[in-house]
Design a protein around this ligand. Structure first.
Ligand code: GGG
Length: 361
């Protein structure tokens, strides 16, 4: 049995995660080789307002024996964003050494990109975002608060160990998939951290002489994602740069509702976590308007990670089929369908993979 910890979180999180649960329950019901054991953790801004903590002090211990974590969204107008993000999501990413934050950016057939004249072949890139250090390291101070001498210090952490391992992971992915690797940094301005990043990138790249590479400044990368998205294959970047660029990526693939992510601990010492990249969208929460595709796509990545790639692939094909048919459309796609109707459509399109491929795990 695969144990899945479910953290629906805030806002639209519970609504989109419900659709993922539905699909996983269905898979377990039709495939005798698969059994999921779910446990739900109600950690959210709402629980913070009652308990004063985003997760219990031993929260990571509570999660550590699970095979994977399925996460919804976090954030509420009632709690400061740096509390909800840092004290839950970033504690999990850091505590479980989830240093690969994998974020595919791909335009699906039937979805209109805001970019004029692009096809599905033009937007197909995979971001490998560093997930544990960089600008998100949480190192800094506020000095002399409230005075006119007030100072904020926020120190980014770029370790050789941290950069080397994520850049190497990106090259391994590119090698498997026959893609190029683009490194994104800002070496002209960040004369310590980004120059070090560029140096480590070049050192790792030299070990993969057959993989085409390019190095881009983050501002140029943003421009090329709009003007020439086809030039990107695998993209590796630091925590903040890749976070910003993947929101742009979500926009060019049709909207925030689509974009999936996997926070991977590649060594599998700790559980990995799967979440749509969108936030809690409090403005539409509880109205059944959220697009669950980002969560369902993340669930497909979770199935791959759990050792069920045939089901991960089947779920992805179901998503692609529903998008291509253009019948079921949530409001972000200009339609009237609900979150639940979109989830049901994907479920109806899900075809069981050939039984011979089902592993007996
Ligand atoms: N679905 C996860 C979520 O709620 N993300 C909100 C967010 O602000 N994430 C920032 C990040 O991924 O670093």
């Amino acid at each position: 049995m695969k144990k899945i910890a479910v953290i629906p979180g805030d806002g639209v999180g519970p609504e989109v995660v419900r659709e993922s649960r539905k699909v996983l329950d269905h898979i377990a019901s039709v495939d005798p080789a698969i059994e999921f054991g779910f446990e739900e953790f109600p950690w959210s801004a709402e629980s913070y307002l009652k308990s004063g903590e985003m997760m219990p002090p031993d929260g990571l211990d509570m999660l550590s024996s699970f095979d994977a974590l399925l996460f919804g969204a976090i954030g509420s107008p009632l709690v400061a964003d740096h509390i909800t993000l840092r004290e839950l999501l970033l504690r999990i990413r850091g505590g479980f050494d989830q240093y690969v934050n994998l974020r595919p950016v791909r335009l699906l057939e039937g979805i209109e990109s805001p970019l004029v004249g692009v096809t599905t072949a033009d937007i197909d890139m995979i971001f490998v975002r560093e997930g544990t250090e960089g600008e998100y390291a949480g190192v800094g101070a506020r000095l002399y608060p409230g005075s006119d001498r007030e100072v904020a210090l926020q120190t980014a952490v770029f370790s050789r160990h941290g950069m080397e391992r994520v850049i190497r992971w990106a090259f391994e992915l590119a090698t498997r998939e026959g893609r190029s690797v683009t490194s994104v940094s800002k070496g002209n301005a960040l004369n310590y951290s980004a120059v070090f990043w560029d140096q480590v990138f070049d050192e790792v790249a030299a070990q993969y002489p057959t993989v085409p590479t390019q190095r881009l400044l983050v501002d140029a990368a943003a421009m090329f994602m709009v003007m020439d998205p086809k030039r990107f294959g695998v993209v590796v970047a630091s925590n903040l740069f890749a976070d910003i660029l993947t929101d742009l990526g979500a926009a060019i693939m049709g909207g925030m509702g689509f974009a999936p992510s996997a926070n991977l601990n590649p060594e599998r010492t700790f559980p990995s976590m799967f979440e749509p990249i969108h936030g809690s969208a409090p403005d539409i929460a509880g109205q059944g308007k959220a697009n669950p595709i980002g969560s369902l796509w993340s669930t497909s990545m979770m199935l791959d990670h759990l050792g069920y790639p045939q089901w991960g692939d089947a779920l992805m094909k179901a998503i692609e089929r529903v998008m291509a048919q253009q019948c079921v459309r949530t409001p972000d796609l200009g339609g009237q369908s609900s979150t639940e109707e979109m989830g049901d459509a994907v479920l109806a399109a899900l075809e069981a993979p050939p039984a011979s491929l089902t592993p007996k795990l």
